[in-house]
Ligand binder design. Structure first.
Ligand code: IPE
Ligand code: IPE
Ligand code: MG
Length: 246
């Protein structure tokens, strides 16, 4: 039995275009093994490769990952510095392969508070991969949903947009995710039932999938389970089933 057969049933009847993941539980994964928290973050980063491959395999076109929030600066300096180093390592190690596999990298959030060398690396990675089309990978790093909305309001005011021209579509164009469709499915690992300042605007009609599995253990089969669950959902967007909404 090959890997695809092992998880073939029930089949996926619809595939989300855009999956967003709150990659949570690295610290608990490490604690359960008597390891330092950073070992959990490293294991979580390794796991990302598996999920990127699974997105390509299952034909998910856009993956957004929440990797560092505006609130995560409040953690001990050692952990914050470690996380910045891990991001730098990932770019150094994985960029070539991601580029070869046709992944287009984007960053959502603010770069300016990051170490300068890291800012340059992120910008170079985005530039290098801008013409790839197999999978769009948005990395939310120093990202906060409220921060994003505040920045959008500032820019709208600065651009002198008249109030009557402000609508959903215009606001969306001022967000970090401009041009990217809203997430269809948001996955949160490790069981927490909260949004933690992630994609507040964009998640208006996303389907949620929350699993107890900790992020470093969230493998291809777990991802497939989330897609199966999504396949069973009826999205009504406020309408009724018989109005042909879903
Ligand atoms: C998620 O794992 C990664 C980041 C927030 C950077 P956590 O570090 O939040 O792991 P737990 O929630 O403490 O287990
Ligand atoms: C959310 O996880 C942020 C990321 C996964 C990057 P947190 O662990 O920071 O969220 P809270 O503090 O439990 O809400
Ligand atoms: Mg957490």
């Amino acid at each position: 039995m090959n890997e695809s057969e092992a998880i073939a049933s029930p089949p996926l009847t619809k595939i989300p275009v855009h999956v967003a993941i709150i990659m949570d539980g690295n610290g608990r994964w490490a604690a359960a093994r008597g390891l330092p928290r950073l070992a959990g973050h490293r294991a979580g980063t390794e796991n990302l490769r598996t999920i990127i491959r699974a997105c390509v395999e299952f034909n998910v076109k856009i993956l957004t990952i929440y990797a560092f929030s505006t609130e995560n600066w409040g953690r001990p300096a050692e952990e914050v510095e470690g996380l910045m180093m891990i991001l730098e390592d990932v770019i150094d190690r994985e960029l070539g392969e991601l580029h070869q596999e046709g992944v287009q990298l984007h960053h959502i959030g603010h770069l300016d508070r990051l170490p300068e060398r890291l800012q340059e690396k992120v910008k170079r990675a985005v530039e290098l991969t801008k013409d790839n089309h197999r999978l769009i990978l948005n990395i939310a790093w120093n990202y906060g949903g409220r921060d994003e909305i505040v920045c959008a309001i500032r820019s709208i005011v600065k651009d002198g947009i008249p109030p009557e021209e402000i609508n959903d579509e215009l606001v969306s164009r001022y967000l970090f995710t401009a041009g990217i469709p809203d997430p269809d499915l948001i996955i949160r690992t490790s069981g927490e039932m909260r949004i933690s300042n992630f994609l507040i605007w964009q998640s208006a009609y996303a389907e949620w999938y929350i699993t107890q599995t900790l992020w470093p253990d969230f493998n291809r089969e777990e991802f497939y389970k989330a897609l199966q669950e999504y396949s069973q959902r009826e999205r009504r967007f406020g309408k009724l089933s018989d109005q042909g909404c879903c």
